[in-house]
Design a protein around this ligand. Structure first.
Ligand SMILES: [Zn+2]
Length: 300
């Protein structure tokens, strides 16, 4: 049945949605949220995401490891080992795309990526919404990190060679404002790097509503590679490269197997992760999470 959502689809502009999945917030609240799909283009979004006054409550969890520095537990230890490895991979990717050194990381979290880039000669700045996380990253690494409100207050033109959003765009409410600001802030030869989960990946198909990267209600948007390309073209960007995030296939599969009650979850998730990783080996856009490197379309 059609469900009139108050907002038009950010991908195609249509305004008719139908419920396709009932997902549970496994991390924090245990509440359920509907994921709905645009009837015109198929793009998926979370319905009824809590407003600015309460959404912060859904991020307050020790288990939300992307915002924590704990090394307790096997998953956290693995996560931190992978993060260290991926810092180098991300830097190599950026260096291969542009020689520019002025970098802005939107959603800079704990600041480890900015610190890594600073150590390798980049002039770095960050934006982080959570005040406590922002302050910790400033104190730990002496970084320049601002509140996202700066995105609306400042209007720098061509100030950055690289703008990164690592698993951030799926959380951002106002895509139009963010992407318009980023377009202004990026040099013509610069690159925007966006990493987001891919809800058309093999592991997403296997686990359905239990797929960990639906992560409702924190993830508002559930992008496929086609959605990202269409969204970015609408905002004046062209896709210049696509890279897989192979560890996410295993991480998302292991978490999802646990949510789905598969026993033993390690074997089920490990096997699915392996299949998903293999499936994306020569097709990075099939991976569980994908990095999209985007360049400004300067023809317009
Ligand atoms: Zn649509």
């Amino acid at each position: 049945m059609s469900n009139a959502s108050p907002r038009p689809c950010p991908i195609c502009g249509a305004n008719h949605w139908r419920n396709v999945l009932t997902c549970t917030d496994h991390f924090v609240s245990g509440e359920t949220f509907q994921v709905e799909a645009c009837e015109t283009c198929g793009f998926k979004q979370t319905q009824g995401v809590p407003g600015d006054d309460t959404i912060g409550n859904y991020y307050h969890s020790e288990a939300y490891i992307s915002h924590s520095n704990t090394n307790k537990g096997l998953m956290n230890r693995v996560y931190h080992l992978v993060r260290t490895y991926m810092l180098g991979r991300k830097r190599q990717l950026i260096a291969s795309l542009t020689p520019g050194k002025r970098l802005l990381d939107i959603g800079s979290g704990t600041g480890h990526f900015l610190q890594h880039m600073k150590m390798h000669g980049y002039q770095v700045a960050g934006v982080e919404v959570d005040e406590a996380t922002r302050q910790r990253s400033i104190e730990a690494f002496n970084l320049m990190v601002s509140d996202p409100a700066c995105l609306y207050q400042q209007a720098p033109t061509a100030a950055y060679d690289v703008i990164t959003m690592w698993h951030v765009l799926e959380h951002v409410e106002d895509l139009d404002t963010y992407l318009a600001w980023i377009h202004e802030a990026l040099t013509n030869e610069g690159r925007l790097l966006v990493a987001v989960p891919n809800c058309s990946s093999l592991d997403a198909s296997v686990y359905g509503r239990f797929w960990a990267a639906y992560d409702v209600p924190r993830h508002r948007w559930h992008f496929t590679p086609t959605d990202i390309k269409t969204l970015m073209v609408r905002h004046g960007f062209n896709l210049s490269a696509c890279k897989a995030l192979p560890f996410d296939a295993f991480y998302n599969s292991l978490m999802s197997a646990g949510y789905a009650g598969k026993r033993p979850a390690v074997l089920h998730g490990g096997w699915t992760g392996l299949r998903s990783w293999f499936n994306s080996l020569w097709h990075p856009e099939r991976c569980s999470s994908v990095i999209y490197a985007l360049k400004k379309n300067t023809d317009k």
